[in-house]
Design a binder for this molecule. Structure first.
Ligand code: NDP
Length: 498
Protein backbone atom coordinates (compact mmCIF):
# COMPACT_ATOMS: atom_id res chain seq x y z
CA UNK A 1 0.00 0.00 0.00
CA UNK A 2 1.11 3.52 -0.81
CA UNK A 3 0.98 4.77 2.76
CA UNK A 4 3.58 2.20 3.79
CA UNK A 5 6.31 3.52 1.48
CA UNK A 6 9.07 5.67 2.92
CA UNK A 7 10.84 8.70 1.44
CA UNK A 8 13.73 6.45 0.36
CA UNK A 9 11.39 3.99 -1.31
CA UNK A 10 9.50 6.72 -3.19
CA UNK A 11 12.81 8.28 -4.24
CA UNK A 12 14.02 4.90 -5.44
CA UNK A 13 10.79 4.33 -7.43
CA UNK A 14 11.06 7.81 -8.92
CA UNK A 15 14.49 6.93 -10.27
CA UNK A 16 13.09 3.88 -12.06
CA UNK A 17 10.05 5.57 -13.64
CA UNK A 18 9.54 5.47 -17.38
CA UNK A 19 7.71 8.45 -18.86
CA UNK A 20 5.19 8.55 -21.67
CA UNK A 21 6.18 11.76 -23.40
CA UNK A 22 4.60 11.66 -26.87
CA UNK A 23 1.14 12.73 -27.91
CA UNK A 24 -1.55 10.04 -27.97
CA UNK A 25 -3.59 10.26 -31.16
CA UNK A 26 -5.77 7.65 -32.83
CA UNK A 27 -4.70 4.98 -30.35
CA UNK A 28 -0.93 5.47 -30.77
CA UNK A 29 1.86 7.45 -29.15
CA UNK A 30 3.29 9.81 -31.77
CA UNK A 31 5.84 12.65 -31.75
CA UNK A 32 4.72 16.18 -32.62
CA UNK A 33 4.67 16.60 -36.41
CA UNK A 34 7.15 19.44 -36.06
CA UNK A 35 9.46 17.19 -34.04
CA UNK A 36 9.52 19.85 -31.31
CA UNK A 37 9.55 19.03 -27.62
CA UNK A 38 9.50 20.97 -24.38
CA UNK A 39 11.27 20.24 -21.14
CA UNK A 40 9.36 18.79 -18.24
CA UNK A 41 11.04 20.05 -15.06
CA UNK A 42 10.25 18.86 -11.55
CA UNK A 43 9.51 21.69 -9.11
CA UNK A 44 10.80 19.48 -6.29
CA UNK A 45 14.43 20.12 -7.20
CA UNK A 46 14.43 21.92 -10.55
CA UNK A 47 15.71 18.80 -12.35
CA UNK A 48 14.59 17.68 -15.79
CA UNK A 49 12.21 14.70 -15.89
CA UNK A 50 11.80 14.24 -19.63
CA UNK A 51 11.10 16.07 -22.90
CA UNK A 52 7.48 16.10 -24.04
CA UNK A 53 6.03 16.47 -27.56
CA UNK A 54 5.15 20.12 -28.18
CA UNK A 55 1.99 19.76 -30.25
CA UNK A 56 0.64 22.63 -32.31
CA UNK A 57 -2.20 23.27 -34.77
CA UNK A 58 -1.07 20.51 -37.16
CA UNK A 59 -1.16 17.84 -34.44
CA UNK A 60 -4.46 19.16 -33.14
CA UNK A 61 -5.88 18.79 -36.63
CA UNK A 62 -4.83 15.13 -36.81
CA UNK A 63 -6.29 14.50 -33.35
CA UNK A 64 -9.58 16.16 -34.26
CA UNK A 65 -9.80 14.05 -37.43
CA UNK A 66 -9.19 10.88 -35.39
CA UNK A 67 -11.80 11.90 -32.83
CA UNK A 68 -14.30 12.80 -35.54
CA UNK A 69 -13.79 9.52 -37.39
CA UNK A 70 -14.25 7.54 -34.18
CA UNK A 71 -17.36 9.51 -33.30
CA UNK A 72 -19.02 9.13 -36.69
CA UNK A 73 -18.18 5.42 -36.86
CA UNK A 74 -20.31 4.81 -33.78
CA UNK A 75 -17.58 2.64 -32.27
CA UNK A 76 -18.14 4.41 -28.93
CA UNK A 77 -21.00 6.85 -29.52
CA UNK A 78 -23.13 3.98 -30.81
CA UNK A 79 -22.37 1.56 -27.97
CA UNK A 80 -25.15 0.73 -25.53
CA UNK A 81 -24.61 2.76 -22.34
CA UNK A 82 -24.33 -0.47 -20.37
CA UNK A 83 -21.29 -1.44 -22.48
CA UNK A 84 -19.70 1.96 -22.10
CA UNK A 85 -20.25 1.57 -18.37
CA UNK A 86 -18.26 -1.65 -18.17
CA UNK A 87 -15.33 -0.18 -20.07
CA UNK A 88 -15.26 2.97 -17.96
CA UNK A 89 -15.31 0.99 -14.75
CA UNK A 90 -12.41 -1.08 -16.08
CA UNK A 91 -10.59 2.17 -16.92
CA UNK A 92 -11.12 3.39 -13.33
CA UNK A 93 -9.90 0.06 -11.95
CA UNK A 94 -6.73 0.30 -14.04
CA UNK A 95 -6.09 3.77 -12.67
CA UNK A 96 -6.33 2.35 -9.17
CA UNK A 97 -4.14 -0.60 -10.09
CA UNK A 98 -1.47 1.91 -11.17
CA UNK A 99 -2.14 4.28 -8.32
CA UNK A 100 1.41 4.50 -6.98
CA UNK A 101 2.89 5.09 -10.41
CA UNK A 102 0.31 7.76 -11.31
CA UNK A 103 0.67 9.41 -7.91
CA UNK A 104 4.43 9.52 -8.32
CA UNK A 105 4.13 11.07 -11.78
CA UNK A 106 1.77 13.71 -10.39
CA UNK A 107 4.03 14.52 -7.45
CA UNK A 108 7.20 14.72 -9.53
CA UNK A 109 5.50 16.80 -12.20
CA UNK A 110 3.77 19.44 -10.11
CA UNK A 111 5.17 19.16 -6.60
CA UNK A 112 2.19 18.09 -4.51
CA UNK A 113 2.83 15.85 -1.49
CA UNK A 114 2.80 12.14 -2.32
CA UNK A 115 0.48 11.49 0.63
CA UNK A 116 -2.20 13.52 -1.16
CA UNK A 117 -1.58 12.30 -4.71
CA UNK A 118 -2.01 8.73 -3.44
CA UNK A 119 -4.99 9.46 -1.19
CA UNK A 120 -6.82 12.29 -2.97
CA UNK A 121 -5.84 12.82 -6.61
CA UNK A 122 -5.61 9.32 -8.06
CA UNK A 123 -8.47 7.66 -6.14
CA UNK A 124 -10.58 10.78 -6.73
CA UNK A 125 -9.93 10.61 -10.47
CA UNK A 126 -10.73 6.89 -10.65
CA UNK A 127 -13.86 7.38 -8.57
CA UNK A 128 -15.04 10.09 -10.97
CA UNK A 129 -14.60 7.90 -14.07
CA UNK A 130 -16.37 4.98 -12.36
CA UNK A 131 -19.20 7.23 -11.10
CA UNK A 132 -20.08 8.46 -14.59
CA UNK A 133 -19.71 4.95 -15.98
CA UNK A 134 -22.11 3.66 -13.35
CA UNK A 135 -24.57 6.51 -13.92
CA UNK A 136 -24.86 6.39 -17.66
CA UNK A 137 -27.12 3.36 -18.04
CA UNK A 138 -29.58 4.67 -15.47
CA UNK A 139 -30.65 7.85 -17.20
CA UNK A 140 -33.85 8.00 -19.21
CA UNK A 141 -34.90 10.41 -21.94
CA UNK A 142 -38.32 12.12 -22.08
CA UNK A 143 -41.62 11.89 -23.85
CA UNK A 144 -43.47 15.22 -24.01
CA UNK A 145 -47.10 15.51 -22.80
CA UNK A 146 -48.47 16.25 -26.29
CA UNK A 147 -51.90 15.80 -27.81
CA UNK A 148 -52.58 12.01 -28.18
CA UNK A 149 -52.36 12.35 -31.97
CA UNK A 150 -48.58 12.62 -31.68
CA UNK A 151 -45.60 11.35 -29.73
CA UNK A 152 -42.67 13.71 -29.14
CA UNK A 153 -39.42 12.22 -27.88
CA UNK A 154 -36.82 14.44 -26.29
CA UNK A 155 -33.48 12.67 -26.44
CA UNK A 156 -30.05 13.66 -25.28
CA UNK A 157 -27.40 12.96 -27.87
CA UNK A 158 -23.63 13.38 -27.49
CA UNK A 159 -22.34 16.71 -28.87
CA UNK A 160 -19.56 15.00 -30.88
CA UNK A 161 -15.91 16.01 -30.56
CA UNK A 162 -15.06 17.62 -27.22
CA UNK A 163 -11.78 19.37 -26.39
CA UNK A 164 -10.86 19.46 -22.70
CA UNK A 165 -8.23 22.03 -21.69
CA UNK A 166 -7.14 21.69 -18.07
CA UNK A 167 -4.80 23.26 -15.49
CA UNK A 168 -1.87 21.94 -13.48
CA UNK A 169 -3.06 22.10 -9.89
CA UNK A 170 -4.89 18.75 -9.83
CA UNK A 171 -3.79 17.50 -13.25
CA UNK A 172 -5.47 14.09 -13.32
CA UNK A 173 -8.41 14.96 -11.11
CA UNK A 174 -9.43 18.03 -13.13
CA UNK A 175 -8.96 16.03 -16.34
CA UNK A 176 -11.17 13.26 -14.93
CA UNK A 177 -13.94 15.71 -14.11
CA UNK A 178 -14.06 16.20 -17.89
CA UNK A 179 -13.21 12.67 -19.08
CA UNK A 180 -15.93 11.01 -16.96
CA UNK A 181 -19.01 12.80 -18.28
CA UNK A 182 -17.60 13.43 -21.77
CA UNK A 183 -16.98 9.73 -22.43
CA UNK A 184 -20.02 8.49 -20.53
CA UNK A 185 -22.23 10.61 -22.80
CA UNK A 186 -20.70 8.95 -25.88
CA UNK A 187 -18.44 11.71 -27.18
CA UNK A 188 -14.92 11.47 -28.53
CA UNK A 189 -12.37 13.78 -26.94
CA UNK A 190 -9.02 15.50 -27.09
CA UNK A 191 -7.40 16.34 -23.77
CA UNK A 192 -4.82 19.11 -23.53
CA UNK A 193 -3.04 18.95 -20.20
CA UNK A 194 -1.26 22.02 -18.83
CA UNK A 195 2.27 22.37 -20.09
CA UNK A 196 3.55 22.10 -16.47
CA UNK A 197 1.88 18.72 -15.82
CA UNK A 198 1.32 16.47 -18.86
CA UNK A 199 2.66 13.16 -17.49
CA UNK A 200 -0.40 11.51 -15.93
CA UNK A 201 -2.64 12.45 -18.87
CA UNK A 202 -0.20 10.80 -21.25
CA UNK A 203 0.09 7.67 -19.11
CA UNK A 204 -3.65 7.11 -18.70
CA UNK A 205 -4.18 7.21 -22.47
CA UNK A 206 -2.82 3.67 -22.77
CA UNK A 207 -4.82 2.59 -19.74
CA UNK A 208 -7.94 3.84 -21.53
CA UNK A 209 -7.04 1.64 -24.52
CA UNK A 210 -6.31 -1.32 -22.27
CA UNK A 211 -9.74 -0.87 -20.70
CA UNK A 212 -11.35 -1.08 -24.14
CA UNK A 213 -11.94 2.54 -25.13
CA UNK A 214 -11.62 2.39 -28.93
CA UNK A 215 -8.88 4.12 -30.92
CA UNK A 216 -9.53 7.77 -31.63
CA UNK A 217 -12.06 8.21 -28.81
CA UNK A 218 -9.56 9.47 -26.25
CA UNK A 219 -6.63 11.55 -27.51
CA UNK A 220 -4.05 13.59 -25.61
CA UNK A 221 -2.16 16.52 -27.14
CA UNK A 222 0.48 18.01 -24.84
CA UNK A 223 1.72 21.46 -25.77
CA UNK A 224 1.44 25.11 -24.99
CA UNK A 225 -1.75 27.05 -24.48
CA UNK A 226 -1.06 29.57 -27.20
CA UNK A 227 -0.46 26.82 -29.76
CA UNK A 228 -2.25 23.54 -28.96
CA UNK A 229 -4.85 25.15 -26.67
CA UNK A 230 -5.71 27.92 -29.09
CA UNK A 231 -5.85 25.49 -32.04
CA UNK A 232 -8.46 23.44 -30.19
CA UNK A 233 -10.42 26.56 -29.33
CA UNK A 234 -10.44 27.73 -32.95
CA UNK A 235 -10.87 24.37 -34.70
CA UNK A 236 -13.89 24.29 -37.01
CA UNK A 237 -14.61 20.64 -36.27
CA UNK A 238 -14.49 20.74 -32.47
CA UNK A 239 -18.07 20.86 -31.19
CA UNK A 240 -17.41 21.78 -27.58
CA UNK A 241 -14.59 23.08 -25.39
CA UNK A 242 -14.65 22.32 -21.70
CA UNK A 243 -12.07 24.42 -19.90
CA UNK A 244 -10.71 24.66 -16.39
CA UNK A 245 -8.16 27.37 -15.76
CA UNK A 246 -7.80 31.07 -15.22
CA UNK A 247 -10.50 33.61 -15.91
CA UNK A 248 -8.16 35.39 -18.31
CA UNK A 249 -7.70 32.31 -20.53
CA UNK A 250 -11.36 31.34 -20.15
CA UNK A 251 -12.26 34.59 -21.91
CA UNK A 252 -9.97 33.65 -24.81
CA UNK A 253 -12.03 30.52 -25.37
CA UNK A 254 -15.20 32.59 -25.70
CA UNK A 255 -13.41 34.68 -28.31
CA UNK A 256 -12.03 31.63 -30.17
CA UNK A 257 -15.54 30.14 -30.32
CA UNK A 258 -17.04 33.39 -31.60
CA UNK A 259 -14.36 33.72 -34.26
CA UNK A 260 -14.64 30.08 -35.43
CA UNK A 261 -17.65 27.76 -35.41
CA UNK A 262 -19.60 29.02 -32.38
CA UNK A 263 -18.66 25.83 -30.55
CA UNK A 264 -20.08 25.30 -27.11
CA UNK A 265 -17.83 26.52 -24.31
CA UNK A 266 -18.03 25.82 -20.60
CA UNK A 267 -15.66 27.49 -18.17
CA UNK A 268 -14.49 26.57 -14.68
CA UNK A 269 -12.28 29.48 -13.76
CA UNK A 270 -10.64 31.17 -10.84
CA UNK A 271 -11.90 32.17 -7.42
CA UNK A 272 -11.30 34.36 -4.38
CA UNK A 273 -13.45 32.48 -1.95
CA UNK A 274 -14.64 34.20 1.24
CA UNK A 275 -14.64 32.10 4.40
CA UNK A 276 -16.89 33.99 6.84
CA UNK A 277 -16.50 33.30 10.55
CA UNK A 278 -19.21 34.83 12.72
CA UNK A 279 -18.73 35.30 16.45
CA UNK A 280 -21.36 32.64 17.13
CA UNK A 281 -19.51 29.95 15.14
CA UNK A 282 -20.20 26.61 16.85
CA UNK A 283 -16.55 25.55 17.20
CA UNK A 284 -13.78 28.11 16.64
CA UNK A 285 -11.06 25.47 16.77
CA UNK A 286 -12.73 23.46 14.00
CA UNK A 287 -13.25 26.65 12.00
CA UNK A 288 -9.59 27.62 12.42
CA UNK A 289 -8.42 24.19 11.31
CA UNK A 290 -10.67 24.36 8.25
CA UNK A 291 -9.42 27.88 7.47
CA UNK A 292 -5.82 26.64 7.51
CA UNK A 293 -6.54 23.58 5.38
CA UNK A 294 -8.74 25.69 3.10
CA UNK A 295 -5.85 27.94 2.10
CA UNK A 296 -2.71 25.83 2.58
CA UNK A 297 -3.79 22.44 1.18
CA UNK A 298 -2.14 21.82 -2.22
CA UNK A 299 0.16 24.81 -1.54
CA UNK A 300 -2.86 27.09 -1.98
CA UNK A 301 -3.01 26.10 -5.65
CA UNK A 302 -6.73 25.44 -5.44
CA UNK A 303 -9.41 27.29 -7.41
CA UNK A 304 -11.79 27.39 -4.45
CA UNK A 305 -9.05 28.07 -1.86
CA UNK A 306 -10.35 29.88 1.22
CA UNK A 307 -8.14 32.83 0.33
CA UNK A 308 -10.18 35.56 2.05
CA UNK A 309 -10.79 34.96 5.74
CA UNK A 310 -13.59 37.26 6.91
CA UNK A 311 -13.75 37.30 10.71
CA UNK A 312 -16.14 39.23 12.94
CA UNK A 313 -14.19 41.98 14.69
CA UNK A 314 -15.07 40.81 18.21
CA UNK A 315 -13.23 37.47 17.76
CA UNK A 316 -10.67 38.35 15.10
CA UNK A 317 -7.48 38.50 17.18
CA UNK A 318 -8.29 35.29 19.02
CA UNK A 319 -9.26 33.55 15.77
CA UNK A 320 -6.11 34.59 13.90
CA UNK A 321 -4.01 33.04 16.68
CA UNK A 322 -5.97 29.82 16.31
CA UNK A 323 -5.42 29.75 12.53
CA UNK A 324 -1.68 30.28 13.03
CA UNK A 325 -1.61 27.41 15.53
CA UNK A 326 -3.60 25.18 13.15
CA UNK A 327 -1.19 25.91 10.28
CA UNK A 328 1.80 24.23 11.91
CA UNK A 329 1.37 21.04 9.90
CA UNK A 330 1.87 22.97 6.64
CA UNK A 331 5.63 23.18 6.70
CA UNK A 332 7.15 23.08 3.20
CA UNK A 333 9.02 19.81 2.68
CA UNK A 334 10.10 17.22 0.16
CA UNK A 335 6.85 16.11 -1.53
CA UNK A 336 8.17 12.53 -1.77
CA UNK A 337 8.32 12.31 2.02
CA UNK A 338 5.02 10.75 3.14
CA UNK A 339 5.06 13.02 6.20
CA UNK A 340 5.09 16.22 4.10
CA UNK A 341 1.78 18.10 3.99
CA UNK A 342 2.94 21.08 1.96
CA UNK A 343 4.97 20.52 -1.20
CA UNK A 344 6.53 22.63 -3.93
CA UNK A 345 4.91 25.37 -6.01
CA UNK A 346 4.38 24.19 -9.57
CA UNK A 347 7.24 26.16 -11.15
CA UNK A 348 9.52 29.18 -10.95
CA UNK A 349 7.00 31.46 -12.70
CA UNK A 350 4.22 30.69 -10.23
CA UNK A 351 6.64 31.10 -7.31
CA UNK A 352 7.65 34.53 -8.57
CA UNK A 353 4.04 35.48 -9.07
CA UNK A 354 3.04 34.48 -5.55
CA UNK A 355 6.04 36.28 -4.03
CA UNK A 356 5.08 39.43 -5.95
CA UNK A 357 1.65 39.29 -4.28
CA UNK A 358 3.30 38.95 -0.86
CA UNK A 359 5.34 42.08 -1.67
CA UNK A 360 2.17 43.85 -2.83
CA UNK A 361 0.40 42.99 0.42
CA UNK A 362 3.24 44.43 2.47
CA UNK A 363 3.42 47.54 0.30
CA UNK A 364 -0.31 48.17 0.63
CA UNK A 365 -0.06 48.08 4.43
CA UNK A 366 -1.32 44.60 5.32
CA UNK A 367 0.54 42.93 8.18
CA UNK A 368 2.35 39.60 7.77
CA UNK A 369 1.53 37.51 10.84
CA UNK A 370 3.08 34.27 9.56
CA UNK A 371 5.45 33.24 6.76
CA UNK A 372 6.04 35.63 3.89
CA UNK A 373 9.25 34.12 2.48
CA UNK A 374 10.53 31.44 0.17
CA UNK A 375 11.73 28.20 1.75
CA UNK A 376 14.15 25.35 0.98
CA UNK A 377 15.91 27.36 -1.75
CA UNK A 378 18.98 25.12 -1.34
CA UNK A 379 17.02 22.24 -2.93
CA UNK A 380 16.77 23.97 -6.31
CA UNK A 381 12.99 23.56 -5.99
CA UNK A 382 10.23 26.11 -5.48
CA UNK A 383 8.81 26.41 -1.99
CA UNK A 384 6.94 29.18 -0.17
CA UNK A 385 6.06 29.40 3.51
CA UNK A 386 2.40 29.40 4.44
CA UNK A 387 1.66 33.10 4.75
CA UNK A 388 -1.01 34.90 6.73
CA UNK A 389 -1.81 38.58 6.29
CA UNK A 390 -3.89 40.45 8.85
CA UNK A 391 -5.44 43.91 8.59
CA UNK A 392 -6.30 43.46 4.95
CA UNK A 393 -8.76 45.79 3.29
CA UNK A 394 -10.96 44.12 0.66
CA UNK A 395 -9.87 46.75 -1.87
CA UNK A 396 -6.23 45.62 -1.67
CA UNK A 397 -4.69 43.65 -4.50
CA UNK A 398 -4.18 40.57 -2.28
CA UNK A 399 -7.92 40.57 -1.52
CA UNK A 400 -9.09 41.13 -5.09
CA UNK A 401 -6.78 39.06 -7.29
CA UNK A 402 -6.42 35.30 -7.36
CA UNK A 403 -2.95 34.49 -6.00
CA UNK A 404 -3.13 30.71 -6.38
CA UNK A 405 -0.60 30.17 -3.64
CA UNK A 406 -0.38 29.78 0.17
CA UNK A 407 -1.37 33.34 1.02
CA UNK A 408 -4.28 34.13 3.32
CA UNK A 409 -5.85 37.60 3.54
CA UNK A 410 -7.66 38.24 6.84
CA UNK A 411 -10.36 40.91 6.80
CA UNK A 412 -12.42 42.06 9.77
CA UNK A 413 -16.15 42.88 9.62
CA UNK A 414 -18.76 44.36 11.96
CA UNK A 415 -21.95 42.42 11.31
CA UNK A 416 -23.63 39.96 8.95
CA UNK A 417 -24.58 42.57 6.35
CA UNK A 418 -21.03 43.88 6.33
CA UNK A 419 -19.73 40.33 5.81
CA UNK A 420 -22.05 39.66 2.87
CA UNK A 421 -21.11 42.97 1.23
CA UNK A 422 -17.38 42.25 1.52
CA UNK A 423 -17.80 38.61 0.45
CA UNK A 424 -19.61 39.58 -2.75
CA UNK A 425 -17.26 42.46 -3.54
CA UNK A 426 -15.18 40.49 -6.08
CA UNK A 427 -15.33 39.59 -9.76
CA UNK A 428 -15.30 35.91 -8.74
CA UNK A 429 -18.12 33.68 -7.52
CA UNK A 430 -16.81 30.15 -7.19
CA UNK A 431 -17.27 29.16 -3.54
CA UNK A 432 -17.84 30.56 -0.07
CA UNK A 433 -18.40 29.43 3.50
CA UNK A 434 -20.11 30.72 6.60
CA UNK A 435 -19.61 29.57 10.17
CA UNK A 436 -22.51 30.20 12.55
CA UNK A 437 -24.60 28.23 15.04
CA UNK A 438 -27.77 30.09 13.98
CA UNK A 439 -29.64 28.09 11.32
CA UNK A 440 -31.60 31.13 10.22
CA UNK A 441 -28.45 33.23 9.76
CA UNK A 442 -26.86 30.34 7.87
CA UNK A 443 -29.73 30.19 5.37
CA UNK A 444 -29.93 33.95 4.93
CA UNK A 445 -26.21 34.34 4.33
CA UNK A 446 -26.08 31.30 2.00
CA UNK A 447 -28.90 32.77 -0.07
CA UNK A 448 -27.15 36.10 -0.42
CA UNK A 449 -23.70 34.83 -1.32
CA UNK A 450 -23.16 35.04 -5.07
CA UNK A 451 -21.22 31.82 -5.49
CA UNK A 452 -21.95 28.47 -7.13
CA UNK A 453 -20.99 26.60 -3.96
CA UNK A 454 -21.71 27.55 -0.33
CA UNK A 455 -20.55 25.60 2.71
CA UNK A 456 -21.99 26.03 6.20
CA UNK A 457 -19.80 25.10 9.17
CA UNK A 458 -17.33 23.31 6.93
CA UNK A 459 -15.05 24.05 3.98
CA UNK A 460 -14.49 22.17 0.73
CA UNK A 461 -17.00 19.41 1.41
CA UNK A 462 -18.72 17.56 -1.45
CA UNK A 463 -18.78 14.36 -3.42
CA UNK A 464 -19.37 13.21 -6.98
CA UNK A 465 -23.11 13.78 -6.66
CA UNK A 466 -22.71 17.50 -5.96
CA UNK A 467 -22.16 20.04 -8.77
CA UNK A 468 -19.11 22.29 -8.70
CA UNK A 469 -18.69 25.55 -10.56
CA UNK A 470 -19.00 29.27 -10.35
CA UNK A 471 -21.06 32.42 -10.67
CA UNK A 472 -19.78 35.66 -12.24
CA UNK A 473 -16.25 35.49 -13.67
CA UNK A 474 -15.61 32.12 -12.07
CA UNK A 475 -17.31 30.70 -15.12
CA UNK A 476 -20.40 28.76 -16.09
CA UNK A 477 -21.38 25.13 -16.51
CA UNK A 478 -20.88 22.62 -13.73
CA UNK A 479 -18.38 19.82 -13.22
CA UNK A 480 -19.31 16.69 -11.21
CA UNK A 481 -22.83 15.35 -10.64
CA UNK A 482 -25.39 14.55 -13.34
CA UNK A 483 -25.47 18.29 -14.19
CA UNK A 484 -22.10 17.95 -15.91
CA UNK A 485 -23.67 15.71 -18.56
CA UNK A 486 -25.73 18.69 -19.77
CA UNK A 487 -22.54 20.24 -21.14
CA UNK A 488 -21.72 17.25 -23.30
CA UNK A 489 -25.14 16.35 -24.64
CA UNK A 490 -27.55 18.14 -26.93
CA UNK A 491 -31.31 17.90 -26.88
CA UNK A 492 -33.10 16.51 -29.91
CA UNK A 493 -36.88 16.59 -30.27
CA UNK A 494 -38.49 14.12 -32.64
CA UNK A 495 -42.23 14.62 -33.30
CA UNK A 496 -44.10 11.63 -34.66
CA UNK A 497 -47.59 12.28 -36.01
CA UNK A 498 -49.67 9.18 -35.36
P1 NDP B 1 -4.32 28.80 -17.26
O1 NDP B 1 -5.60 29.47 -17.56
O2 NDP B 1 -3.07 29.53 -17.46
O3 NDP B 1 -4.19 27.46 -18.13
C1 NDP B 1 -5.21 26.52 -18.18
C2 NDP B 1 -5.09 25.74 -19.46
O4 NDP B 1 -5.30 26.64 -20.55
C3 NDP B 1 -3.71 25.12 -19.67
O5 NDP B 1 -3.85 23.87 -20.31
C4 NDP B 1 -3.04 26.14 -20.56
O6 NDP B 1 -2.01 25.60 -21.34
C5 NDP B 1 -4.19 26.59 -21.44
N1 NDP B 1 -3.95 27.90 -22.03
C6 NDP B 1 -3.15 28.89 -21.56
N2 NDP B 1 -3.16 29.94 -22.41
C7 NDP B 1 -3.98 29.61 -23.43
C8 NDP B 1 -4.40 30.27 -24.61
N3 NDP B 1 -3.96 31.48 -24.92
N4 NDP B 1 -5.26 29.63 -25.44
C9 NDP B 1 -5.68 28.38 -25.15
N5 NDP B 1 -5.32 27.70 -24.06
C10 NDP B 1 -4.48 28.30 -23.19
O7 NDP B 1 -4.48 28.25 -15.78
P2 NDP B 1 -3.41 27.50 -14.91
O8 NDP B 1 -2.99 26.24 -15.59
O9 NDP B 1 -2.38 28.49 -14.53
O10 NDP B 1 -4.28 27.05 -13.66
C11 NDP B 1 -4.60 27.94 -12.67
C12 NDP B 1 -6.00 28.51 -12.87
O11 NDP B 1 -6.96 27.46 -12.99
C13 NDP B 1 -6.44 29.33 -11.69
O12 NDP B 1 -7.01 30.53 -12.12
C14 NDP B 1 -7.49 28.46 -11.04
O13 NDP B 1 -8.40 29.14 -10.28
C15 NDP B 1 -8.09 27.76 -12.19
N6 NDP B 1 -8.76 26.52 -11.77
C16 NDP B 1 -10.13 26.50 -11.70
C17 NDP B 1 -10.80 25.40 -11.25
C18 NDP B 1 -12.30 25.36 -11.23
O14 NDP B 1 -12.84 24.27 -11.21
N7 NDP B 1 -12.97 26.47 -11.21
C19 NDP B 1 -10.07 24.21 -10.81
C20 NDP B 1 -8.65 24.32 -10.93
C21 NDP B 1 -8.03 25.46 -11.39
P3 NDP B 1 -0.45 25.79 -20.90
O15 NDP B 1 -0.31 25.27 -19.54
O16 NDP B 1 0.24 24.96 -21.88
O17 NDP B 1 -0.15 27.25 -21.01
Amino acid sequence: MAAALTLDQWTDQAGKLAYRNQAFIGGKYVPALSGKTFECISPIDGKRLTSVAACDAADVDVAVKAARAAFESGVWSGLAPARRKKIMIRFADLMLKHRDELALLETLDMGKPIRFSTSVDIPGAANCIAWYGEAIDKLYDEVAPTDPSAIAFIRKEPVGVVAAVVPWNFPLLMASWKIGPVLAAGNSMILKPAEQSPLTALRIAELAMEAGIPEGVFNVVPGFGETAGQALGRHMDVDCVTFTGSTEVGKYFLKYAGESNMKRVSLECGGKSPNIVLADAPDLDAAAKAAAIGIFFNQGEVCNAASRLLVQDSIKDEFVEKVIAASGRFKPGNPLDPKTQMGAMVDATQTKRVMSYIDAGRNEGAVVRMGGSRALTETGGHYIEPTLFDQVDNGMKIAQEEIFGPVLATIGFKDVDDAIRIANDTIYGLASAVWTRDISTAHKVANKLKTGVVWVNTFDAGDMSTPFGGYKQSGFGRDKSLHALEKYTQVKMTWIQL
